[in-house]
Design a protein. Sequence first.
Length: 204
Amino acid sequence: MNHLVIGTHNQGKAKEIKEYLFHLLLEEKFNISSLIDLKVNYVVEENGDSFFQNALLKSKQYSELLQLPVLSDDGGLVIPYLNNEPGVKSKRWAGYEMSDEELIEYTLKKMHKAEGKERKAYLTTTLVFYDSHRDLILFSEAKTEGEIAKQPSQKMIKGYPFRSLFIVSKFKKYYVDLDIDEHKQINHRYFALKKIVRQILKHY
């Protein structure tokens, strides 16, 4: 089994994960594709109670559908002041599908009374690898510490609204404003990928 599928329809996420997997040399063991590359239209319902459960749902269902190993992720913003919301609620935080701009506005409204340490937050991701032929499950997680700004950055990346609100503790800068070198130093998805790649290489 030398083909690995990145279990996402998000073009930005698929591109980023593929680049990181190339950097981590996983392409020496696998040909790497995404659901977009394979023209998979089926969308898994993410109804789990945790990031791990959602990532596992995606990796298992897509692996069983494609009969290939699948690497999926789930993650988002966690704000302790708001009882760890939005967490797995993600885009449906207010009970309906929100645009990036609406999510930023909604977050600022919820945080308008928070001051100082109350604005602490973190971005987290959980990765799950599943191979249906081996019934093999591997997982890893990582997070980036920071806080919620009182005003958003003027810069925005489609599909990643919280990066325009999240100030990274290490650099005291908006996540979205980090340069390439800074981004590599704190990127939670990259750290989680490093962990899971080590596990994958032990099994293959």
